[in-house]
Design a protein around this ligand. Structure first.
Ligand SMILES: [Zn+2]
Ligand SMILES: [Zn+2]
Length: 843
């Protein structure tokens, strides 16, 4: 293979001393971006003869400028959109901004400006950054969730849920971030800390609005099986989040009282081993059941426990603390008296807020029992040994044989669960029950920068939804929004005071705003009719475009955004607005870009700005490097040398193209004749590389190897130019190569491809061309039959590829049975290969 420097010198030479057109990416990129915009080539018609394809990237929070990690998402989306357009699809590829929410509000407070001003400024910056990358968005469909014409319909969606019993208000213990001064959904709490700011979350009891996502738990779970185009790990995360468990609900009577304590257990097979009960500190039963003389001590205990981090206090390792209420329950299957405790490791919001304690077979119960001297009773034993409760150092949580369990002695525990549930139902002691970890979606926020909840409170009429014709409930601009813990809108008299839509009397508006995840739970529908005034979307149009064919985004949204979007889609489906009930057919989650081994962040100072890279290398180089650095689903480390390398390739591609151009400009590919095996082989490589690139894109986004294919093709082309005298160049073949190369390049480096296409003498644009085809006939390796002569007589024949090397041929020939026979182990004196014809062996 020729050295790189040779090729460059050679290219200079053959351009005949004429100065070759210089590569100035900043110029050509700006030029072609303007042409695309002017000709509106990416504006998507609402209907078309072509099949539809909806390629969607997760829209950004406009909370600053984009770094190259964000940009990766949009580059991947753009390859898909451009490729599908070339494949003959009517492609919808829109962009927008998830513009409400805490980050904007917090940043605005920090900078002393209005959240709207700050948000709009960031939107302008991001739009500029994305446009410089040459992403093929239909900009006429741009949306921002903080626009009145958008949030009007977010409020409309709230009303649909409200009218159908899926939005309700209740007093609830909620996660409270003392720093952000707002409530957080369970999903926004990570390890007991606020997802945004890392502050430990506390509990408050507040009247809050919820969406009844739990009504959809079973469908959200089951329909995951339909999503065959989703990564398995995302579906697993959703399954775990929904957290379905099957077991039994059992009532334990309290001694000397009519009260019963209901528990949910997935291990009814351990019921005979219950030796205590424990209630959550938040359970109303605690105050009801405690003995009078213990009340004071109880208060002290509760005060202390409620201060504890509720997430950590429930972990297996956490110190177990309990308080004996002085009362006993009766184990309904054994009739035994068992003490009732309140314990720090029980949470009110899981199950029923009460548990049956089985120390022998649950580790947390075991630790608790050890600490408080509660008996340990073995009811499951491993098949191969006995358990001595006196000597146990930890609970036995595995499967085994039921013992000390009345009628079930000897039953394998795996069968025991079902049998015991049936028995409990027969005896009327308990019943089969299914529980989910999923809680209803808390959507109230006591913050300013969000869509106001469209509800009015009237003393006479109660809770009154805002009539749909009165939407939007406008978010006023002149609001003091510093966080106080109360909704900023509650201090705005003009907003708060209103008339009741039913009786016309004085009334007050709801002053909470909606969780920003409500805004993003339906935005993919709005892109279809982004500026429609009297409806959120046209059902016919939405049913044509949706579901989204390919959704692309970060795995951090595996639970929150994707689950909420699925829920809202199902609700709108059930209300008759949509004819599909899953929004995203295929999901791709891209990997992150690290710098210096860490996630990019301003505070770490390791942010790589796309603007700087575009300034230095051009957008085409940046796009190619982002895709070339690793398979797109993998995390990858940014390397300055890496982008340099890709840039060198781009320049080499440019030089090679303009070296060939004068020889092919007036040519076409009609009646292409291949004169020799070199030409045949070059054409075979062209077609096999086009085939490979096509398969790389279709078969799971292997963009990095697709780009390697382009590089390989440029290498083969250079070698040909380098080794064949100019006057022998097959111009028709060269024309075919640069045409197909330009087409295959165009999704990856669209500006460069547009420039090439134009300079090849085309009047139209490369973005409007079809994806290059490959000719299966051209893929065949040419073969020849070679005669094998041994000591002057033809003894054998062999069929080999026409370009086989003498070395490879020799191996094949000497391994043949007939040849071995005639050579008969004697030393070979001579092995002569007349290319394409005959082999002469002398022994
Ligand atoms: Zn916070
Ligand atoms: Zn009223």
């Amino acid at each position: 293979m020729a050295e790189k420097s040779d090729i460059i010198n050679f290219e200079k030479e053959i351009s005949g001393g004429v100065d070759m057109k210089e590569y100035r990416p900043q110029e050509i990129e700006k030029k072609w971006q303007e042409v695309w915009e002017e000709k509106k080539v990416f504006y998507t018609p609402q209907r078309s003869e072509k099949p539809k394809y909806y390629a969607l990237v997760m829209f950004p929070y406009p909370s600053g400028t984009l770094h190259v990690g964000h940009v990766k998402n949009y580059v991947i989306g753009d390859i898909v959109a451009r490729y599908k357009r070339m494949r003959g699809y009517n492609v919808l590829h829109p962009f927008g901004y998830d513009a409400f929410g805490l980050p904007a509000e917090n940043a605005a407070i920090e900078k002393g400006i209005h959240p709207e001003e700050w948000t709009r400024k960031n939107i302008n910056t991001i739009r500029g950054q994305v446009k410089k990358l040459g992403i093929s968005y239909d900009w006429s469909r741009e949306i921002a969730t903080c626009d009145e014409e958008y949030y009007k319909w977010t409020q409309w969606i709230f009303l649909q849920l409200y009218k159908n019993g899926l939005a309700y208000k209740k007093k609830a213990a909620v996660n409270w971030c003392p720093k952000c001064k707002t409530v957080l959904a369970n999903e926004q709490v990570k390890d007991g800390k606020c997802e945004r700011c890392g502050t430990s979350v506390t509990i408050r009891h507040l009247e809050q609005w919820f969406f009844k996502i739990t009504d959809y738990a079973e469908r959200l779970l089951n329909d995951l099986d339909k999503l065959t185009g989703w990564p398995e790990h995302v579906k697993t995360m959703q399954r775990n989040w929904i957290g379905k468990s099957t077991g039994a609900e059992i009532d334990f009577p309290v001694e000397g009282s009519d009260t019963k304590i209901r528990v949910f257990t997935t291990r009814p097979d351990t019921l005979w081993g219950v030796t205590f009960m424990a209630l959550a500190p938040e359970s109303p039963l605690v105050e009801e059941l405690v003995l009078e003389e213990k009340k004071e001590d109880l208060q002290e205990f509760l005060e202390r426990v409620k201060q504890q981090d509720r997430f950590r206090r429930t972990s297996v390792e956490a110190e177990k603390e309990g308080f004996f209420l002085g009362r006993y329950a009766i184990n309904p299957v054994t009739g035994e008296r068992i003490p009732i405790y309140v314990a720090n490791y029980i949470l009110m919001e899981y199950g029923t807020g009460a548990i049956m304690g089985v120390p022998a077979h649950d580790q947390r119960d075991f630790s608790f029992a050890k600490k408080y001297g509660i008996p340990i009773k073995v009811v499951i034993k491993p098949a191969d040994r006995d358990l001595d409760p006196e000597k146990m150092e930890e609970a036995y949580e595995g499967e085994g044989i039921m013992v000390n369990s009345g009628p079930f002695d000897g039953t394998p525990s795996s069968e025991g669960i079902e049998k015991v549930i049936n028995w409990l139902e027969e005896k009327g002691i308990g019943k089969r029950s299914v529980q989910y970890k999923l809680r209803d979606w808390l959507i109230s926020r006591q913050r300013y920068w969000g869509a106001p909840i469209p509800i009015i409170y009237c003393e006479k009429c109660g809770v009154v939804p805002v009539p749909e014709e009165d939407l939007p409930v406008r978010l006023p601009k002149d609001v003091e929004f510093l966080p106080t813990g109360q909704s900023p809108l509650s201090f705005h008299e003009g907003f708060k005071r209103t008339k009741c839509p039913i009786c016309g009397g004085e009334a007050q508006r709801e002053t909470d705003t909606m969780d920003t995840f409500v805004d993003s739970s339906w935005y993919f529908l709005r892109y279809v009719n982004p500026h429609l005034e009297d409806k959120p979307f046209e059902p016919d149009d939405v049913n044509y475009w949706l579901p989204v064919d390919q959704y692309i985004g970060g795995v951090e949204h595996a639970v929150l955004h994707l689950l909420y979007s699925r829920f809202v889609t199902k609700v709108l489906h059930d209300l008759g607005y949509l004819n599909f009930d899953e929004p995203f057919t295929n999901l791709f989650t891209q990997g992150m870009i690290y710098k210096d081994g860490a996630k990019m962040s301003k505070s770490k100072g390791n942010v790589v700005s796309p603007d700087e890279m575009i300034e230095k290398y051009g957008a085409d180089t940046l796009r190619m490097y982002i895709l070339f650095m690793a398979p797109p689903e993998k995390d990858a480390e940014w390397s300055d040398a890496g982008i340099e390398g890709v840039h060198r390739f781009v320049k080499r591609l440019w030089n090679t193209f303009y070296t060939v151009l004068p020889f092919v400009k007036e040519e076409n590919t009609e009646n292409l004749v291949l004169k020799n095996s070199t030409e045949k082989e070059l054409r075979r490589k062209l077609h096999s590389i086009i085939k490979k690139i096509t398969e790389d894109i279709e078969g799971g986004f292997k963009f990095n190897t697709a780009i390697s294919g382009l590089m390989e093709l440029v290498n083969h082309l250079s070698q040909y130019l380098n080794s064949v005298p100019q006057e022998e160049w097959n111009r028709k073949l060269l024309r075919e190569i640069v045409e197909k190369l330009t087409l295959a390049l165009s999704p990856f480096a669209p500006h460069l491809a547009e420039e090439f296409w134009h300079d090849l003498g085309n009047e139209n644009l490369v973005v409007q061309q079809s994806w290059p085809s490959y000719d299966p006939k051209a893929l065949q390796v040419e073969e020849v039959e070679i005669a094998i002569q041994i000591n002057g007589k033809v003894r054998d024949k062999v069929v080999v590829p026409v370009d086989i090397s003498e070395e490879d041929l020799k191996k094949i020939v000497l391994e043949r049975e007939r040849v071995k026979e005639y050579v008969d182990g004697k030393p070979i004196k001579k092995f002569l290969y007349v290319r394409g014809r005959i082999v002469n062996i002398v022994v």
